[in-house]
Design a protein around this ligand. Structure first.
Ligand code: NAP
Length: 472
């Protein structure tokens, strides 16, 4: 019997209910966990191992044979072995000719090797059909029933039929296969499990840096300054007052930083007169993590709301209010209601409430389950129009909070302005530039550039042709 006919035999089930045998090379953690799950799904499993003495981990319904013997019993062979040991496959190349080899391996580092493990396997066994799959599933998740793990299995390979067979096994295990195309996608799939919150790195590092900066800034202004000049100990401000200054400051700055790259991109496109040149890498990366920046900003805004709600029950606040009442009683004098202050205070609170409400709406619409239900225009309306409205409301909230205090000398301690003044710098820049960009003399050319118009076209004949056609 030639080797092709042995492959065909392996694919033909013994009876109508029986599924084809699956071979697994390697009786380690992953091989045995996957073996258990595949047997449960109704596939006979045979293991290929260096030792034919089965370990206690091997499912009892499975046979353990040498690699050569096991591979002859199946058309699909799952290689549950680390890449560095793959060279044992070279002498088996002839037996493995025409078989489907499933590469499930991962590396320790992103782009550890010049080629993906699956492509390396294809070089070692040129006659085999290589499929990459299962590498994003863990042995532990397989054993624990995949209840609290991702059900997604990324699959790629150059042979469509081989890929379909592997996807059938994935489905039989109760998992969801996602076809990522040819074997060229293997490197990307191998990098998935090694990524550590790639989009969150910049927002988290930035907010940690800003938090540290504003913490020391507030420490100098609110604790060290009164201690030096008034011998007052306000060190307890560290618990609530200072966090309640840092949180709104960061929320507003980070929200503005969500919209700043869009404004910068518009300026760059207007300056270059084309959209067909790449933005600088830093701007590209900044644009990609705007959602995460916005969500971190929302987290700070939520903390600000919580810190603000506890203000009336703070001992310091109750002591100060009590003192004011007693001093009014001792002086037999009541303060008349200041209507302007009442208006300012209520407006500031109302702007804050509305701003926070829209901020939450923005956060909710950025969730994949919600954003998948809206179309592109609706998503842009919420994220751009409502986003700018949120930025306007939150900036106005801080401006009204500042009110007359902007000009008061007591707001500047050691020439350092209050944190809320610093928090206004970036939002005001973003809003002013955005306002300028709305003027028709800038908005019109920008819209044309975004529709493909170029000031100095690279291919003049082609753009003339388009202009002539549109004129017709
Ligand atoms: P493991 O527990 O160390 O098992 C590896 C198996 O490879 C061994 O049990 C051994 O099986 C075989 N082996 C070791 N040295 C060999 C050599 N020199 N020649 C031939 N075979 C050799 O590792 P594992 O955790 O199962 O991982 C196996 C593969 O699955 C790796 O590529 C890993 O990246 C991938 N993976 C693992 C997980 C996971 O959660 N563990 C998740 C996704 C992907 P025999 O003794 O039977 O020969």
């Amino acid at each position: 019997m030639n080797k092709n006919s042995s492959n065909i035999m392996a694919l033909v089930p013994n009876n109508s209910n029986k599924r084809e045998t699956v071979c697994i090379f390697g009786t380690g953690d992953f091989g045995t966990s996957l073996g258990h799950k595949i047997i449960q799904s109704g596939y006979p499993v045979v293991f290929g191992s260096r030792s034919t003495e089965p370990s206690s981990l091997v499912p009892k319904d499975a046979e353990v044979l040498s690699h050569a013997e096991a591979s002859q019993k199946a058309a699909i062979i799952i290689i549950a072995i680390q890449r560095q040991h793959y060279n044992f496959l070279t002498p088996l190349a002839e037996i493995l000719h025409g078989k489907i080899l499933v590469d499930i391996s991962n590396n320790r580092k992103i782009n550890q090797y010049p080629e993906s493990n699956a492509e390396y396997l294809a070089q070692l066994v040129p006659g085999a059909k290589i499929v990459k799959a299962f590498n994003t599933v863990s042995a532990w998740a397989l054993l624990s029933g995949m209840l609290d793990a991702s059900q997604q299995v990324f699959v790629c390979g150059d042979d469509m039929e081989a890929k379909q067979k592997v996807m059938d096994i994935v489905r039989a295990l109760g998992l969801n296969p996602l076809d990522k195309g040819s074997l060229l996608a293997a490197q990307e799939i191998e990098n998935y499990p090694l990524q550590l919150f790639p989009m969150w790195k910049f927002p988290i590092l930035l907010s940690l840096g800003l938090t540290a900066f504003f913490f020391f800034y507030c420490l100098i202004r609110d604790i060290i300054y009164p201690y030096v000049y008034e011998k007052e100990d306000f060190s307890f401000f560290i618990a609530i007052s200072i966090p309640n200054r840092i949180c709104p400051t960061l929320a507003l700055i980070l929200l503005a930083l969500v919209y700043l790259p869009g404004v910068l991109a518009a300026i760059i496109q207007l300056y270059r007169g084309t959209k067909y040149r790449r933005f600088p890498v830093w701007l590209d990366k900044w644009m990609l993590c705007r959602k995460q920046l916005g969500l971190v900003a929302l987290a700070f805004a939520s903390l600000h709301v919580l810190y603000t709600l506890v203000i009336p029950i703070r001992s310091f606040v109750r002591w100060r209010i009590g003192n004011q009442i007693v001093s009014q009683a001792l002086n037999n004098r009541t303060e008349p209601l200041n209507n302007t202050n009442a208006w300012l205070s209520d407006s500031y609170l109302a702007l804050g409430i509305l701003g926070f409400f829209l901020f939450v709406v923005l956060g909710i619409t950025s969730l994949p389950s919600v954003s998948n239900t809206v179309n592109w225009r609706e998503f842009r309306f919420v994220q751009s129009k409502l986003g700018y409205l949120t930025l306007i409301l939150c900036t106005a909230h801080v401006l009204v909070y500042g009110g007359k205090r902007f000009l008061s000398p007591s707001s500047y301690r050691w020439y350092l302005p209050s944190t809320y003044m610093l928090s206004l710098i970036i939002p005001c820049i973003v809003l002013v530039v955005k306002f300028v960009l709305i003027f028709p003399c800038l908005e019109k050319p920008l819209t044309q550039i975004r529709q493909g118009w170029e000031r100095n076209p690279q291919y003049p004949e082609q753009s003339n042709y388009i202009i002539n056609k549109s004129a017709v």
